[in-house]
Design a protein around this ligand. Structure first.
Ligand code: DTR
Ligand code: CA
Ligand code: ZN
Ligand code: ZN
Length: 439
């Protein structure tokens, strides 16, 4: 009987004894406690989001064809959003700044209630470039964040955290508005932020589904939402520093967000999983006059708007973010003593959409009489090796019971993954007792 089984039995025995002891003691009849379920996020009506887009389009048409910083169309956009939020019970603040010789505006809206010392903020830049109405870039994000805020009001949501929303000015001039906001946040205020969620271009006509790979919890929240839809996502790689999450990230605030693509071309593989047209930009009208109401993919806008609500309801309610799916092999696999071959313990992963996350977790249980002998690698289905543990001539303790996290976001999740254990020093021996991979 291997050591781990006897230890395992001991653990089970201890638990059983405890259970018996508990059941013999007379248990007081405790009053049933109310269990507050996590509030269920609402569906965000696409029609409502598109009605805001229509308003922004009308505003641009009535103001020289754009909603750019320093132009009347931008201030008219701010006034529209502010009016909706004031009517819905938000506490709004208009923050002004000057750049490129013109007054810029940030609109900040606080939903009354929640822990004032724990702030979850969602935001989008409201300005367009001068060449057009900026409906995808970024009326799409602005409208979806606005409608999510209005949904909070409609629900009378009372989240654990304090919810804040922001619409940024002069993003197209270099993240000027969001930078101004963060730079003017006292350190004590910055410390209250549990996260900032950014939404810039979320309705691209040839859409991709990209999730920012910054804060793991925020990233997992969005991935869980899309996994529920069965829609694969990819890590957003274009944008580090290219939108309004950057100033927040630069001061250490956890950030995340969604993106449907700009001027990069959709690959054949992406078209295979998402539909649309390969070899064509995600948004052919990026920063162009044709970024109009016709430049929106309704499915992407709808899904992303719902994802925003999902994130606000879950992250705002401090709902524990469930880990992704996991797969385990509990068969004992002998590790040949040095200089023998490496031992491999496989798991077959199936039914997981998309790639493994940047925070792929590997739990390992190895029985060995000198763990320093053992070198561990995670082998992806395509053979890529991710080093988990190096050998060590000084680590003479028994057994390896540990968790490792690797960034396997370039690997499709489905396929055969292996834990590879190699004994690199003779005389001590052992075996893989079990291991588990969690996405
Ligand atoms: N800079 C944004 C568009 C943009 C380009 N790449 C990314 C990545 C992530 C978010 C946004 C963007 C703009 O033109 O507004
Ligand atoms: Ca919806
Ligand atoms: Zn832009
Ligand atoms: Zn943008």
């Amino acid at each position: 009987m291997s050591l781990s089984v006897s230890r395992h039995l001991a653990a089970v025995t201890a638990f059983a004894v405890a259970g018996l002891l508990a059941s013999t003691a007379p248990a007081a009849l405790a009053a049933p406690t109310a269990v507050t379920a996590a509030p269920v996020p609402p569906d965000i009506p696409l029609a409502n989001v598109k009605a805001h887009l229509t308003q922004f389009s009308t505003i641009a048409a009535a103001n020289g064809g754009n909603r750019a910083h320093g132009r009347p169309g931008y201030k008219a956009s701010i006034d529209y959003v502010k009016g909706k939020l004031d009517a819905a019970g938000f506490t709004t603040t208009l923050q002004t700044f000057t750049t490129s010789g013109a007054t810029g505006y940030n609109l900040i809206a606080d939903w009354p209630g929640g822990d004032p010392n724990v702030v979850l903020m969602s935001g989008a830049h409201l300005d367009s470039v001068t060449s057009g109405a900026g409906i995808n870039d970024n009326a799409s994000g602005s409208a979806a964040v606005l409608e999510a805020a209005l949904a909070v009001s409609r629900a009378g949501l009372q989240p654990t955290k304090h919810l804040r929303f922001g619409w940024w000015g002069a993003e197209e001039l270099g993240l000027v508005g969001s930078r101004y906001y963060v730079n003017n946040l006292p350190a004590a205020e910055r410390a209250k932020f549990s996260g900032y969620l950014n939404f810039d271009m979320i309705g691209s006509p040839n859409p991709g589904y990209f999730v920012y790979d910054d804060d793991p919890t925020i990233e997992q929240t969005f991935k869980n939402y899309y996994a529920g839809l069965g829609v694969p996502t990819e890590i957003e790689t274009e944008g580090d520093g290219r939108s309004d999450h950057a100033p927040f990230k630069n001061v250490g605030i956890p950030v995340g967000g969604l993106f449907s693509g700009a001027d990069y071309l959709k690959t054949a593989a992406q078209a295979q999983k998402w539909g649309g047209t390969s070899g064509q930009a995600f948004d052919r009208c990026y920063h162009s006059a044709c970024d109009s109401l016709a430049n929106i993919n309704d499915t992407a806008l709808d899904r992303n708007a719902d994802a925003i609500a999902y994130a606000i309801w879950n992250l705002g309610a401090s709902t524990p973010v469930p880990p992704g799916p996991s797969f385990e092999n509990t068969a004992d696999v002998n590790i040949p003593d040095s200089p023998g071959a490496a031992a491999n313990s496989p798991v077959t992963v199936a039914g997981v959409v998309g790639n493994a996350p940047a925070t792929t977790k590997v739990d390992v249980n190895i029985v060995h009489t000198y763990r320093g002998d053992v070198q561990l690698d995670l082998i992806a289905p395509d053979g890529t090796a991710y080093r988990l543990k190096n050998s060590s001539g000084t680590d003479s303790a028994d057994n390896i019971v540990a968790s490792y996290t690797v960034n396997a976001s370039s690997e499709p999740a489905n396929g055969i993954w292996k834990l590879q254990a190699k004994d690199v020093a003779s005389a001590d021996t052992g075996y893989i007792n079990s291991w588990k991979i969690t996405f």
